[in-house]
Design a protein around this ligand. Structure first.
Ligand SMILES: Cc1cc2nc3c(=O)[nH]c(=O)nc-3n(C[C@H](O)[C@H](O)[C@H](O)COP(=O)(O)O)c2cc1C
Length: 431
């Protein structure tokens, strides 16, 4: 056992495994059986009985009260257990082939396990660990897309500097009348969406938008949301081309009924969303799961996907998942505009950074104009818009030599302005 690990595991030095069961009901026996070969000491927490809210992306756990979530609910009990664990499993039902919003919710709230500081780890931009590496796995019920869940599990684990423990289906695969394994909703949807993507170029000219419904999928309040800034810039481009729009912010639950109605009665819809723990924010997953799968009239659904880190690759799994959604909601697919580096949009007052964010927002305005002309995000300019997939070697070198320290200093200054009185890498729950 490494120095510093001594508080984790049992007296025999066995690793401590925490299971968050987000299913309603007690599945303890089945879970223990599924994990019997993999883990010896297992603690199961049934979260369906607990009060757990969606992460609202307020950044308090990074910049104001390092390591402590601002939402005062039962998740703090869970967080304290995660700090003591080596392995984390989430047991969840599935929706749209992915974990449902309850399963995603307990992951979105895990962010205090990391701190604000950024480093390049295993070749990618990462947040520093606040505590220790954590392995991660998924046990799912229902019709999940195993391949997608496996990649998600691996990505989540790597963010925590751990390994994927794998993905386990609780139910036996469903077979059809011929005895063949039934296709998952995702598999079918992926093909339908890909087909729609191909067909869309031909129908584009006839389907240019006049009015667009835009849903902001950010859980953060509108005035503080980077997604909202991006939407503002994008719609300037639409307006310049004479296209009207109506925006609904899902962070405000009182807008949900109207947003649902608008989704069902309009033919051109864009959902703009921030990347949360490698996929959709749990709040957006919850909203989507309240939509009927059949709609009264066809519609085209496109996405604007952005995330904190700069590298395009960080957003690709979520992009893959988004491609499957329109068909599952009775829509055709209008493509996804993908770009990282959005973390700083709302936060900086430094003039150099302001220049960079202004440039980024101006680029979104151009994409608004492009969408007006093409009606989708399948264009070469949309593809190019992402920028680089991975930091070039020279970028990594410069980051490690120069920028890392500057970024750290800026984060410290920002924290001071937020009234933070603790170091940003504080460990409030031990170690
Ligand atoms: C809970 C949470 C999880 C996040 N996960 C990721 C991630 O996996 N990858 C990434 O690049 N950015 C991630 N981010 C950063 C956000 O995508 C980014 O800050 C975005 O600009 C937030 O937009 P908003 O202000 O509209 O919510 C995460 C942020 C939060 C709060």
């Amino acid at each position: 056992m490494k120095k510093g690990d001594s508080h984790r595991g049992n007296d025999n030095g066995e690793k401590m495994t925490l299971v968050l069961n987000t299913l309603e009901g007690d599945y303890s026996e089945q879970i223990k059986e599924l994990l019997a070969k993999k883990n010896s000491e297992v603690e199961i927490v049934n979260t369906a009985e607990m009060k757990i809210a969606h992460c609202v992306g307020c950044n308090m756990c990074w910049l104001k009260t390092p390591g402590v979530c601002a939402i005062k609910d039962d998740y703090e009990i869970i967080l304290k257990k995660i700090v003591k664990a080596d392995n984390l499993w989430v047991v969840a039902d599935t929706k749209f082939g992915f974990v449902d919003y309850r399963g995603k919710q307990v992951l979105d709230r895990i962010v205090p396990m990391l701190n604000m500081y950024i480093e390049i780890r295993d070749g990618w931009e990462r947040h520093q660990l606040r505590y220790h590496p954590l392995n991660f796995g998924v046990i799912y019920k229902g019709n999940g897309n195993k391949e997608l869940l496996e990649e998600w599990s691996m990505r989540v684990a790597r963010n925590m500097a751990g390994k994927s423990l794998g993905v386990i289906a609780m139910d036996a695969p469903q077979t059809n009348a011929n005895g063949n394994v039934a296709e998952t909703a995702m598999g079918t949807a992926t093909e339908t969406a890909a087909g729609a993507a191909m067909g869309i170029a031909a129908e584009t000219a006839a389907a240019l938008p006049e009015h667009i419904v835009i849903l902001s999928g950010s859980p953060r309040v509108k005035k503080n949301s980077n997604t909202n800034k991006i939407i503002q810039a994008f719609t300037e481009g639409l307006e310049a081309a004479g296209i009207t729009h109506k925006l609904y912010s899902l962070s405000n639950r009182t807008e949900w009924d109207e947003a649902r109605e608008a989704f069902l009665t309009n033919d051109n819809i864009i959902i703009a969303l921030p990347l949360f723990v490698e996929c959709l924010p749990s709040l957006l997953l919850e909203f989507l799961s309240t939509l009927p799968t059949k709609r009264p009239q066809p519609a085209k659904l496109s996405f604007i996907l952005h995330g904190g880190f700069d590298e395009g690759h960080q957003l690709r799994l979520c992009e893959k998942f988004l491609q499957t959604l329109p068909a599952q909601l009775g829509c055709t697919f209008g493509g996804t505009l993908v770009r990282g580096g959005s973390f700083m949009l709302r936060m900086w007052d430094n003039s150099y950074i302001r220049k960079m964010t202004d440039k980024m927002l101006a680029a979104y305005t151009e994409m608004g104009k492009s969408f007006s002309l093409n009606g989708n995000f399948f264009t070469p300019e949309a593809k190019k818009f992402t920028g680089y997939e991975k930091n070039p070697k020279i970028g990594v070198l410069l980051f490690n030599l120069i920028f890392k320290r500057i970024v750290k200093k800026n984060f410290n200054r920002m924290a001071q302005e937020w009234g933070c009185t603790r170091p940003l890498d504080d460990k409030p729950y031990g170690e």
